[in-house]
Design a binder for this molecule. Structure first.
Ligand code: SF4
Length: 106
């Protein structure tokens, strides 16, 4: 299993914005102005780099991550010769891993 941390997500600038901005129903219908708005949020985000690296490492297929669209990430992954790890956990699974463990019984 790959080791991936989502500690950076606590400082995500998108946390205070509408998620639909970052996960539009269809990228083809996203206006240039909307895309520019999202990219400007990501450009100012303190965790842009780890966000993008996470999406590249896990093969995240949807949404804007690190200011990069799915199509752009596919090109980046191809340029890096990356393969999607078959055991790559879904984001919701990672969030579950972040829940503190119950203390071991004595
Ligand atoms: S870079 Fe963009 S998508 Fe990634 S955490 Fe920051 S605001 Fe969110």
């Amino acid at each position: 299993m790959i080791e991936i941390s989502l500690r950076w997500a606590d400082r995500a600038a998108c946390g205070t914005h509408d998620p639909d901005l970052f996960f539009p129903l269809a990228w083809e219908t996203l206006s240039t102005a909307q895309a520019a708005d999202v990219r400007s949020i990501c450009a100012a985000c303190a965790v842009r780099r780890p966000c993008l690296e996470w999406a590249l490492a896990t093969g995240e297929a949807d949404g804007m991550w690190g200011g990069v669209t799915p199509r752009e990430r596919r090109r980046m992954r191809a340029a890096r010769n990356l393969r999607t790890p078959p055991e790559a956990p879904a984001p919701h699974a990672l969030a579950r891993q972040r829940t503190p463990e119950r203390p071991a019984s004595a």
